[in-house]
Design a protein around this ligand. Structure first.
Ligand code: CA
Ligand code: CA
Length: 250
């Protein structure tokens, strides 16, 4: 805090400075109204300044516009250059073709038929369901697991028609009644059962496909359940996709 005396001294100094400043300007007088007598000359001077200012503003505006136009052209040039800039190195295309055909399509053994990444075998002999399962496993396969209508239709088309031509495939509810599971342990979702099946009619815990001579019967309604001890031909599936099959020793 400054002393009262010091404060007053400061105020006096500022007042003097302001007075000197104002009196030094020709068009404004603090003491005596001298200003109005010079109005005519002052106004024309002001008008000239206004005109100059307007001209400068117009010039700046024009330059600004030209700058923006040039910037737009530069942007366009840069944009059209981009494809050249990101063009892939010329050696990349030579690498791609050599890597593409690394995976050969699966080849099935004789008597096995290919669909997608699996080979399927339709047996000529009959076994009960557990023996059929064991046979498929001895071939590095499993009783067929049928997940799609396409797969079901493919297998159906392989089967010959007959009076009651029946084939085991890889589904059972032997562990818990009416909880059908595939041989890999996954639960059945949906399925292609005949109307009224599965009905566990005489303690039936294994699934089979029937293809009769009745042409109205269709692939997607051809599953039945039957006692697992019945002797029937069967369908094995060997998955040929990467990692699914057993390792080949070298
Ligand atoms: Ca059953
Ligand atoms: Ca049944």
């Amino acid at each position: 805090m400054s002393t009262p005396g010091g404060s007053l001294a400061c105020e006096g100094m500022y007042s003097k400075l302001i007075e000197d400043e104002v009196n030094s300007r020709p068009d404004v007088g603090l003491h005596g109204k001298k200003g109005p007598q010079r109005d005519a000359g002052g106004t024309s001077e002001m008008q000239m300044k206004d005109a100059n200012t307007s001209a400068l503003i117009a010039t700046i505006s024009k330059l600004q516009q030209e700058k923006e136009e040039l910037q737009a052209k530069l942007d366009l040039m840069a944009a059209t250059k981009v494809p050249e800039a990101i063009k892939p190195p010329t050696r990349t295309p030579t690498r791609a073709p050599t890597r593409a055909p690394t995976r050969a399509p699966p080849v099935c053994s004789p008597d096995w038929s290919l669909f997608n990444d699996s080979c399927y075998f339709i047996s000529r002999t009959s076994r009960d369901w557990p023996e059929s399962k064991s046979f498929c496993e001895s071939q590095g396969a499993h009783l067929a697991i049928i997940l799609t209508a396409e797969e079901q239709t493919f297998l159906w088309d392989l089967l010959p028609r007959g009076h009651w031509n029946s084939y085991w495939f890889g589904i059972t509810d032997e562990h818990t009644e009416d909880q059908w599971k595939w041989v890999d342990g996954t639960p059945l979702v949906g399925g292609f059962w005949e109307a009224g099946e599965p009905n566990n009619h005489i303690d039936e815990d294994c699934g089979y496909i029937v293809k009769t001579q009745v042409m109205e019967r269709v692939a997607i309604r051809s599953w039945y359940d039957a006692p697992c001890s019945m002797y029937l031909p069967f369908i094995c599936e060997k998955q040929m996709g990467g990692g699914a099959s057993t390792a080949v020793p070298h």
